[in-house]
Design a binder for this molecule. Structure first.
Ligand SMILES: NC(=O)c1ccc[n+]([C@@H]2O[C@H](COP(=O)([O-])OP(=O)(O)OC[C@H]3O[C@@H](n4cnc5c(N)ncnc54)[C@H](O)[C@@H]3O)[C@@H](O)[C@H]2O)c1
Length: 360
């Protein structure tokens, strides 16, 4: 079976944020595709940690993307052809308590990554991993499209919007499409996903990890923004989009440079909807927080561009995504075994049955 046209086999790939939730799943998938993966990230800061549990045998450097010279050195030594940039401070609540680290990491960290790529002769493609929160939130019912205005009230959202401006500035200033193959050979794209769920996420102040912690510790859960609607999706869904996009850039298809949304096909669910799904499997007691939270109440992301031009499609509906997540944590809580590889294989099998483009 030739997934993603086998473009990642023996390919040298750098993943920033490899120790995080999405980065560890992406590393697992790239490893399965036969890529030579090197990770760059801080040491895992959760216990348990999906990165540690997987204990893949790929190369890994623990470092800080704010340390530009270190990053330069790692790119020089590893010579990747493609870089997936996922490293970030991604937690909205933490961005209120530590805006400085959030902006330094998400904005200047992105500048550092792009600068190091610019100096590394082997790099031909960069995927910047962004978020649905980069759009100026208008609190309206419509989903955001790639050409909607960027913005963001909380520091995390604003930092992601800033990182988008950085990416667009690099495309225009250093990697202009009309000069591709002449004065430079890098194609750069930005991938904006929705709220991701799946096994192995233990980050603080995120709904699913908070639910799991309350189950394992048998404590009451504190719910913020119970009625907020978010575009929930399984972690493997946007990853399939990043891998498709990366493949196109590696093939030199410059029309795939730019911004891409990868969201679920269904309407979003509320925070309470997600909690109720978990309550079908576990007895969970919860309280609603009375503290006012400065987060948007409705957020949706429109993937028409990716569906049409990239032929990217989600494989799962929200019930499948939740079932997989529940199954992963149930297994882990009873046997300490991670179902990640098994679930990845099942996901690929389902994509093949559904004739999803990247699986053919
Ligand atoms: N999880 C989601 O729902 C979601 C949704 C949309 C976008 N995203 C984006 O996806 C990316 C990955 O998010 P995640 O959910 O895996 O987060 P995570 O917190 O699990 O992982 C973050 C990763 O970034 C690394 N990192 C943080 N600061 C760093 C620094 N200064 N130097 C080097 N590495 C650093 C961490 O070590 C970790 O590997 C982020 O860019 C995030 O903004 C996440």
């Amino acid at each position: 079976m030739k997934l993603f046209k086998d473009i990642y086999r023996n390919r040298s790939v750098l993943v920033t944020g490899s120790t995080g939730f999405k980065g560890s799943w992406l590393t697992l998938w790239l490893d399965k595709l036969g890529a030579k993966v090197h990770g760059y990230a801080l040491e895992p800061d959760t216990e348990p940690s999906h990165f540690k549990i997987l204990s893949l045998k790929h190369g890994q450097t623990f470092g800080d993307i704010r340390d530009h010279s270190h990053l330069d050195e790692v790119l020089r030594l590893t010579s990747p052809e493609i870089v997936f940039h996922l490293a970030a401070q991604p937690i909205v609540r933490k961005s209120f308590s530590d805006p400085l680290t959030t902006f330094e990491t998400n904005v200047m960290g992105t500048v550092n990554v792009l600068e190091s790529c610019r100096k590394c002769p082997k790099v031909r493609a960069v995927i910047h991993v962004s978020s649905d929160k980069c759009y100026e939130n208008r609190e309206w019912i419509w989903k955001y499209r790639e050409n909607d205005r960027l913005g963001g009230h909380d520091p995390y959202s604003a930092s992601k919007a800033c990182s988008e401006l950085v990416v667009s500035s690099y495309v225009k200033s250093f990697f202009p499409l009309e000069e591709y193959g002449k004065s430079h050979k890098i194609l750069l794209a930005s991938a904006r996903a929705g709220n991701v769920i799946g096994g192995g996420d233990w980050a603080q102040d995120r709904l699913v990890p908070d639910i799991v912690k309350s189950i394992t510790k048998n404590t009451s859960l504190l719910i913020r923004c119970p009625d907020s609607i978010r575009p929930w999706q399984h972690v493997l869904e946007p990853l399939s989009g990043y891998l498709m996009l990366g493949g196109k850039l590696l093939e030199g298809m410059k029309e795939f440079s730019g911004a891409w949304n990868f969201g679920p096909s269904s309407q979003g669910l509320t925070v309470l909807d997600i909690l109720h799904k978990f309550q079908e499997h576990w007895n969970i007691s919860y309280n609603i927080s009375s503290t006012q939270v400065l987060e948007s109440s409705i957020l949706g992301i429109d993937s028409t561009k990716a569906n049409t031009l990239l032929e990217w499609m989600p494989v799962l509906d929200i019930d499948n995504a939740l079932d997989m997540t529940v199954e992963w944590f149930r297994e882990f809580s009873s046997t300490s075994q991670a179902l990640s590889l098994k679930q990845l294989e099942e996901y690929i099998e389902l994509a093949t049955v559904k004739q999803i483009t990247w699986s053919r």
